[in-house]
Design a protein around this ligand. Structure first.
Ligand code: SIN
Length: 361
């Protein structure tokens, strides 16, 4: 670590964490084929060096590389490490805000994970964690990473009265709660924001802010972060035309602890699955229904009566519901160890009621 970095660490600063992704990617032939690249090639410190002259006066930055991966390879132990790193940063009085550079492919999972494990602390401690990334590699002529990173740094360091502490995300000049972020386009520069448009950064919309406050009022306690090797095993199964019973029955003789159904329409599934899913619940496998449509709410007992114990996901997409179910199963285990009789459904219900809000500005 350089002496400049050590000195900055002992003074108020914004901590910039690097996880890799396209924002840290390099294309071998950026002029002709900017979309042919390797993600996670450049250190987060170099990304900052590249934008140094544009960083507003008075903002001190410290960088820390948590990982440098293509986020499609995001692992559960890495999420644990990231969660612990963010918690430590929130507890550190010298850290005034946190920026996280991340691949866009699985920002959806990381966004909800950080909200559910660190959201309350961020709110209570009055600090913002801002996730950002890029759709074009760092050496593309129109690379979007530098402006996204600058937006994230500015937002992490703006005064608290403009926007409360919490877990947010920014891409292509627009911000949202990180738990509302989802990549819904393969190539657009604002791909990760499309499903949940919110507020232009620097122009915080009052109705958007009231949505943020509604989530914050509902999220009263962070969930424990599972130890790296103790994440419950949960799979996502998509219902589709021609779905087979074996797709579900296959899991009954494994150690899988939960199944998230990405169902059709309002979260329905093929009749072929009814019997094996009933078998799954009898074996104690946790079941959550979501919709594969990409938007809208999955409600309990709609369109049909749910199997006993099965939970509807509310507005959570399948990838988010999977993380939520893993954290709920882990929270149930921790509660049991502490002598409390809370179930995963108790924890999951708290998560599923969090509103997703879509305000176009
Ligand atoms: C990744 O998710 O790491 C690659 C894709 C991206 O960042 O856009």
């Amino acid at each position: 670590m350089s002496s400049i970095q050590t000195k900055a660490e002992n003074n108020p600063h914004i901590l910039v964490l690097g996880m890799g992704g396209t924002i840290a990617g390099i294309a071998s032939n950026p002029e002709d084929s900017p979309l042919k690249y390797e993600a996670g090639q450049i250190a987060v410190g170099s990304l900052l060096a590249h934008i140094r002259s544009a960083i507003p006066e008075g903002i001190a930055l410290v960088s820390h590389q948590v990982a440098n991966i293509n986020s499609r390879n995001l692992s559960e132990p890495l999420l644990s490490l990231l969660g612990e790193t963010v918690r430590q940063a929130l507890d550190n009085p010298m850290v005034k805000g946190v920026v996280l550079t991340h691949g866009t492919d699985t920002m959806e999972e990381t966004g909800v994970f950080l909200q559910l494990t660190c959201g309350r602390s961020a709110q209570d401690l009055g600090k913002r964690v801002i996730i950002t990334g890029a759709m074009l590699p760092s050496n593309a002529s129109k690379a979007d990473g530098p402006s996204n990173l600058l937006d994230a740094i500015r937002w992490a360091s703006t005064p608290l009265e403009n926007c409360p502490g919490g877990i947010y995300a920014v891409m292509d000049g627009r911000g949202c709660l990180a738990m509302d972020l989802a990549k819904r386009h393969a190539t657009d520069l604002n791909a990760p924001i499309q499903a949940s448009p919110s507020s232009s950064v620097g122009l915080i919309n009052p109705s958007w802010l009231s949505g943020v406050k509604a989530v914050e009022a509902a999220w009263l306690e962070d969930l424990p972060i599972p130890a790296g090797n103790e994440w419950p095993w949960v799979e996502i199964l998509t219902s589709h035309a021609g779905a087979r019973a074996e797709t579900v029955s296959h899991w009954l003789d494994t150690r899988v602890q939960g199944l998230v159904i990405a169902g059709s329409g309002m979260g329905g599934f093929h009749d072929e699955w009814a019997k094996p899913l009933a078998g799954a619940t009898k074996r104690g496998i946790a079941l959550v229904r979501t919709t594969r449509t990409g938007a809208g709410t999955t409600k309990q007992d709609i369109p049909e009566m749910d199997l006993a114990g099965c939970m509807a996901s509310g507005t959570l997409s399948a990838p988010r519901a999977r993380i939520a179910l893993q954290l709920a199963l882990n929270a149930e285990k921790q509660a049991k160890l502490a002598g409390k009789s809370l179930t995963w459904q108790d924890f999951f219900a708290r998560i599923a009621l969090l509103p997703e809000f879509r305000v176009r500005v």
